[in-house]
Design a protein around this ligand. Structure first.
Ligand SMILES: [Zn+2]
Length: 309
């Protein structure tokens, strides 16, 4: 019983949303709101049948032939206002006319500077001053392309229905480039922001920052840590004691005595050449004055503030 009530309410809701809003939606010409689309055209037995237009909104619609409530036969399928010739069989597209080289049949695209800005590779300048160079499919950006904005920003990406899917976005003023995927509205979704100025990388996932890597700040912190530990004293080599320079010490004087024999008697005399004997003396090690006996010195560049970005 409960189930029955639920089904009944569901049917009522369908009736509320789906309704004939003009003309004869049973057998004749009328306008019917299906909720997801509005159909205007011929009806037979309460279903679209014959020529009509099924408008899905947002520039998406089918203008053509219907049979028993489904698209059936030839017509024009509009995707974001861009038409393409199609043939439907029982609600499914069987033939899609994709004209890759329509030559002189291409509509004149305002601002097209070179190439084919409708179906092919072209370069177009918009009234805003923004430039786009890349692939077009029926006037819609599809495939590889590059935007050079008047602001200096540059977007290089794979496009689908005018919107970038994946690529890079260079921010001129910030001198930063985002590499990754984009949201439907063209804003960055997931990827890395690279900052060449300080070699930093900011990683975002679904627009939320998940990691920040700033090698310059990290290296500064590491350097500060090393400064705290101190450097080995250059004067004592870390020993704390210094060996002073050896000095000369005069230990004795000398002179030469000559002994000689004359007429059977011995005589001796000094030659008057007085000299000194000098030896080099090493002093005992003393406490190092540079490190005050600790073996380490502190100082050099002092990190006043270190901040990770
Ligand atoms: Zn020392």
């Amino acid at each position: 019983m409960r189930k029955k009530i639920f089904i009944l309410m569901f049917l009522i809701q369908i009736q509320v949303f789906a309704q004939c809003i003009a003309g004869n939606c049973k057998d004749g010409f009328g306008k019917y709101d299906f909720g997801f689309a509005v159909y205007e055209g011929n009806f037979k037995a309460g279903k679209p049948n014959g020529q009509g237009t099924m408008d899905y909104g947002g520039g998406d619609k089918f203008v053509g032939s219907f049979k028993n409530g489904q698209e059936d036969g030839d017509g024009q399928l509009f995707k974001k206002h861009i038409p393409q010739a199609v043939t439907y069989v029982n609600g499914k597209v069987k033939v899609r006319v994709v004209q890759t080289n329509i030559g002189s049949n291409a509509p004149a695209i305002e601002g097209c500077l070179q190439g084919d800005c409708y179906n092919g590779f072209g370069k177009i300048k918009f009234p805003s001053g923004n430039l786009y160079e890349g692939n077009f499919v029926y006037g819609v950006r599809n495939g590889q392309g590059k935007f050079v904005f008047a602001s200096g920003n540059v977007l290089t990406a794979t496009f689908k229905d005018n919107e970038p899917l994946q690529g890079s976005f260079f921010y001129f003023n910030e001198d930063t480039t985002f590499y990754g995927t984009f949201n439907d509205d063209g804003t960055p979704n997931s990827g890395d922001y690279k900052y060449p100025a300080n070699r930093a990388t900011v990683t975002v996932v679904n627009g939320v920052i998940t990691n920040i890597d700033n090698p310059v700040a990290r290296e500064a912190e590491e350097k500060a840590e090393k400064e705290k530990e101190g450097k080995i004293c250059s004067k004592c080599g870390g020993k704390g004691m210094c060996q002073g320079a050896a000095y000369a010490q005069t230990t004795e004087s000398y002179y030469t005595v000559n002994t000689y024999k004359s007429n059977g008697s011995l005589y001796s005399s000094s030659d008057g050449n007085v000299g000194r004997k000098t030896t080099m003396v090493k002093p005992p090690p003393t406490r190092c004055t540079q490190c005050d006996g600790t073996g380490k010195v502190f100082g050099g560049d002092q990190i006043i503030m270190s901040k990770r970005y």
